[in-house]
Design a protein around this ligand. Structure first.
Ligand SMILES: Nc1ncnc2c1ncn2[C@@H]1O[C@H](COP(=O)(O)OP(=O)(O)OP(=O)(O)O)[C@@H](O)[C@H]1O
Ligand SMILES: [Mg+2]
Length: 258
């Protein structure tokens, strides 16, 4: 697939490593402004590391190194010729739902509005309606509406995952990174979240890490397959699943039931 100038993300010759251990090398990708892109690959192939690179979430890990160029809407997110990058603002635009829902040790309500308050995005008078809207969007409202001021950490894993999704939506991101967002969900919640992902993909770039190949097939237009330290193959979902060009992709897909 060729790089495109109207892409939301463009990665050129990107190398990611922890200390001296290379994780992904020579990554060249472009991700379009709309639609769902799935990242698939074996455990440990670098899916989470790649995703976290896109909103600079690996920066906190002291041994992490990123070389090459990562552009978001034409701007480099790691270097800026005119001054420092405003990372909190970048993360407001590029929302993320992490593999392990990492909630703040406070109430459900305060978790949802955390970013809104910190970035002063909306007046406080809007908070209650934003909390309801976002919790409705992730199909969590009915389960928590009577305990919004109880600790978020009392929620089940699947509820915490949906709460983390609501928190990301509250900041009105213009791009979304989702790391196995349905991993802890039952079939009904999974279906609701998949519908939401599809709807979001009509408005913004959504990058979805998933181990569920049937989910990648259902939801995405583009698939990126990581294996053995590189992007082994990427392209349109139909081509990738019907006739992958790389042998490693064929073997990986053959090992999974679709
Ligand atoms: N903070 C870190 N320090 C050192 N190595 C790390 C760190 N985080 C991840 N790694 C290593 O980077 C590699 C890629 O990890 P990553 O979490 O990106 O894989 P993944 O494809 O998301 O796996 P999974 O499907 O299990 O979530 C692994 O070998 C992992 O051990
Ligand atoms: Mg991962």
């Amino acid at each position: 697939m060729k790089n495109s100038t109207d892409a939301a993300f463009i990665l050129k010759d990107v190398n990611l490593s922890f200390g001296s251990v290379p994780i992904l090398s020579n990554v060249n990708l472009s991700i379009q402004e709309r639609g769902v892109t799935s990242i698939i690959g074996p455990s440990g192939s670098g899916k989470t590391t790649l995703l976290r690179t896109l909103n600079r979430l690996n920066d906190a890990l002291p041994s992490f190194q990123c070389t090459g160029s990562v552009l978001f809407r034409g701007q480099s997110i790691y270097t800026n010729g005119t001054g420092p990058i405003d990372v909190p603002r970048l993360r407001q635009h590029i929302g993320m739902v992490m593999q392990k829902p990492c909630l703040f040790p406070t109430t459900i309500y305060k978790n949802v509005v955390f970013g809104l308050k910190r970035l002063q995005l909306k007046p406080r008078s809007d908070f209650s309606s934003i909390v309801e809207e976002t919790l409705q969007a992730v199909s969590l409202w009915d389960e928590v509406k009577d305990r919004l001021h109880r600790p978020a950490n009392d929620l089940s894993q699947g509820q915490q995952q949906r709460l983390a999704f609501a928190r990301a939506l509250a900041c009105e991101p213009t791009a979304l990174l989702l790391d196995e967002p349905t991993a802890s969900l039952d079939p009904q919640s999974t279906q609701a979240i998949e519908t939401l992902i599809q709807e979001l993909g009509t408005r913004m770039p959504v990058i979805l890490v998933t181990h569920r190949l049937e989910q990648a097939k259902r939801l995405s237009e583009t698939v990126i397959f990581l294996s053995e330290g590189c992007v082994c193959e990427w392209g349109g979902v139909d081509d990738m699943f019907a006739c992958p060009s790389e042998e490693k992709t064929q073997q990986y897909l053959a090992g999974h039931t679709l």
